[in-house]
Structure formats: structure tokens, C-alpha cells
Design a protein around this ligand. Structure first.
Ligand SMILES: *Cc1c(COP(=O)(O)O)cnc(C)c1O
Length: 391
């Protein structure tokens, strides 16, 4: 018996462990601290009332023999939810059929599991800095990874480069950790690149609900994307579903390689390894896409975006270089006085009682940067920015 040796090649994830250790040390030494946590990538507001109502109703159905549901007929989701998601795409001006929507238990699982359907000889292109899931899931499969440098020169939005060959391209827009968002022309350049090379784009749209009008929310707003892209989305950040678990993957029927439908392969993969999202959660997700659900969930998004605006204003006041905040719950900035992310982390923790996330944790190009999250409380966000500005 041999274990999968590729696991030995995974980078140890010291980031959140180290942060937790430093924070614990600080709170132990300062029991009466007034710490403001801006490192979190998790939502903090409760679920919308329409979502709670839908869950109560679905739970009652599960309590009666006549309306009880066991296995869902299709691991890719109940028709009512697939139709609701397709309807949401229609509202963005994107034509998606219910059969092109695959419901899953979150974007992390889908983005991680999609690698099953691709050959291990493929070359992978991921941005640096990056959401670690893209890298780790390919390392586990033993694949070669190339990095697209995101930095201040390109506004943390790398573009295709001549001579750069990749079969599988990961794009996350709006980005975690940088908050940077691609415009239409930039995404068109990536779509053109992928079509020319017969590559596939794996587009992570987890933060699409933070995008302001005028910028693309879906890769399928870009002509040609239906023939080269897979989109991953989630209700985690859109509707506070991080603990509920529901997301969706969209694969257009036009997407095929070597004459094989990618949607069919994904359906087969899911049918073999996944038995669907629970009924109550699917009803909750359906409620998110109702007119009232969209209104209520957008209220929470607007609250977080308000916090991000407070941070953006503070960055401007201090004259710091930053991205994000406008179409994203993250602000990503260059640490003052040439400090490294970890040096600035220590300074914020010990001098200002603020917890951020040092950019080094997301890749080498994150060096000297810091990520702050807008998922907290507005009063605390204002207080934190005042503390930082006081210098
Ligand atoms: C939060 C997040 C997701 C969503 O993950 P879920 O598994 O749906 O909770 C996906 N991608 C990125 C980059 C994220 O930050």
C-alpha cells in the first residue's frame, strides 16, 4: 500500500495557524484588550428572513410522510433551484438553461473537485497571490503549476502573456485576496487566449454580488466564454450561506473538448461521488433568488460594501496604494514604510489591536501587502480605521 505521494508536495498552510497563535498570545497577555478582527473571510450577518421562512416550511414538509423527501432525484439539484438560478442569469442578461446549472455544496468543493475530469498532464495557470484551493487541489493530483504574476504594475490583474502556455486557467474576479476585479475587455482577452489555445478557464465568481453595475459579474457575459469557461458561484458571500453550504457550477452545453461534453463529464463525476445538497438548503437557496430574497440579501451585501467604503476612504486619506473595496469585501494595500506584511501585522496587532491578514500568506507577490475584510461590524470598522489613521 502506498499513499498519494503528491500530498508530500503540499505547502504547509502556516498562515491562519500563525495568525491564531499570535492573536492568542496577545489576548493572553492583554486580557482586557479591545481587539478588532479584520482578518476574517467569513460573513457575520444572519440569514435573510425569506430564507429562514423557506427553511421552516421545508422542514415541516420533511416532518410529514406525504411531503417527506429522501434522496433527491438528481445529484445536480432540484429543478426548482436550477430554474431559479437560470432565472437569475437571465436577469444579468446571460442566457443559461436550468440543465446547464449544477447545484453543489459550495464553490470550494466544486472548484476543488472539477480537477477530476481533466488529465494530469495539463499545465495549470494560477494567479499569485491566490486562493490556496486552486493550487492545493492540483498539487494533490501531481500537476505542474505555472503562476501569473499579479502585482502593483498590473493592478493585481494579470493578463495573458505571449508564449505563456496553459491548458487550465484559474481566474477569480472579484479576487480573493486582492479585491481586484477584471473589466469586460480584460476578460475578453482571457477568453480569446483560451479559445485560441483550446484551454479552459475556471472562473470563480464567489464575489459576483459585490460587483457594481458596468463591470461583468459572470464570465458568460463575455462572447465566446460558453466555449471555453466553467463558472463557479456560491451563496456563501451572496447570501450568508457559509454555514449552510450551497453553490452552483455553470457549464454551457457548447463546452466540449475532443467532441466530449464537459457538462456530461461533470454530471457523471457528481453522480458517482455526490448525492446532492439537502432539500431544506435547496429550498433556502431558491428563496435567495426570489425578488424579495434578492432585495433582502442585497441589503447585507450593501452593509458590507459600506464597511469597505470606510476602509477605501481611510486608504485614500493615508495615501496608501490599494486595490479592492469598490467591488469586493476585501481591501488589499501596500504596507506603509516598506514594511513586510508580517511586520505590519505585528504592528497592527500590538499597537492598534487590529487583526489583518498578511499578504505573504497568499503567495510571493503578496509580500509587503495586507488584506483587510469588510465582513465585520460598521462601528468597529470605523473605529479600526481611526486607530490606523492616528499613526
Ligand atoms: C469564499 C470563497 C468561495 C466560496 O466557497 P464556498 O465553499 O462556497 O463557501 C469560493 N472562492 C473564493 C475565492 C472564496 O473566497
Amino acid at each position: 500500500m502506498k499513499l498519494n505521494g503528491n500530498f508530500q508536495n503540499l505547502e504547509q498552510s502556516y498562515l491562519f495557524v500563525t495568525i491564531a497563535k499570535k492573536v492568542n498570545e496577545y489576548t493572553a497577555a492583554h486580557p482586557e484588550n479591545n481587539l478588532i478582527r479584520m482578518g476574517i473571510g467569513d460573513v457575520t450577518l444572519p440569514l435573510a428572513p425569506v430564507v429562514i421562512q423557506a427553511m421552516h416550511k421545508a422542514t415541516d414538509e420533511m416532518a410529514k410522510k406525504e411531503t417527506f423527501r429522501g434522496y433527491s432525484p438528481d445529484s445536480s439539484g432540484y429543478p426548482f433551484l436550477r430554474e431559479a438560478i437560470a432565472g437569475y442569469y437571465q436577469s444579468l442578461g446571460v442566457s443559461v438553461e436550468p440543465g446547464e446549472v449544477f447545484v453543489g455544496d459550495g464553490a470550494k468543493s466544486d472548484v476543488g473537485n472539477i480537477v477530476d475530469i481533466f488529465d494530469n498532464a495539463n499545465t495549470i495557470l494560477v494567479p499569485d497571490p491566490v486562493y490556496p484551493v486552486y493550487v492545493d487541489t492540483n498539487v494533490m493530483a501531481g500537476r505542474k503549476i505555472a503562476y501569473a504574476d499579479a502585482n502593483m504594475e498590473n493592478g493585481f490583474l494579470p493578463m495573458p502573456e505571449a508564449g505563456q502556455s496553459a491548458d487550465i486557467v484559474y481566474i477569480c474576479s472579484p479576487n480573493n485576496p486582492t479585491g481586484a476585479v477584471y473589466n469586460r475587455d480584460q476578460l475578453q482577452a482571457w477568453v480569446d487566449y483560451a479559445l485560441e489555445r483550446e484551454a479552459v478557464i475556471l472562473f470563480d465568481a464567489a464575489y459576483e454580488s459585490f460587483v457594481s453595475p458596468g463591470l461583468p459579474r459572470s464570465i458568460f457575459e463575455i462572447p465566446g466564454a460558453e466555449r471555453c469557461a466553467i463558472e463557479f458561484c456560491s451563496l456563501s458571500k451572496t447570501a450568508g450561506f457559509t454555514g449552510m453550504r450551497c453553490g452552483y457550477t455553470v457549464i454551457k452545453k457548447e463546452l466540449a473538448f475532443e467532441g466530449v461534453s464537459v457538462a456530461k463529464l461533470w454530471e457523471r463525476r457528481q453522480g458517482s461521488k455526490f448525492n446532492g445538497v439537502n432539500y431544506v438548503t435547496q429550498r433556502a437557496a431558491e428563496a435567495v433568488f426570489s425578488p424579495e430574497g434578492i432585495r433582502q440579501t442585497q441589503e447585507a451585501v450593501a452593509y458590507y460594501k459600506g464597511n469597505a467604503q470606510v476602509m477605501v476612504q481611510a486608504m485614500r486619506d493615508m495615501g496608501l496604494w490599494f486595490t479592492g473595496g469598490e467591488n469586493s469585501p476585501y481591501v488589499w494595500f501596500q504596507c506603509p514604510e516598506g514594511k513586510s506584511g508580517w511586520e505590519y501585522f505585528d504592528y497592527l496587532l500590538n499597537e492598534k489591536e487590529i487583526v489583518g491578514t498578511p499578504g505573504e500568506g497568499f503567495g510571493k507577490n503578496g509580500g509587503g501587502c495586507m488584506r483587510l475584510s469588510a465582513f465585520g461590524d460598521t462601528e468597529k470598522t470605523k473605529e479600526a480605521m481611526e486607530r490606523i489613521k492616528r499613526g
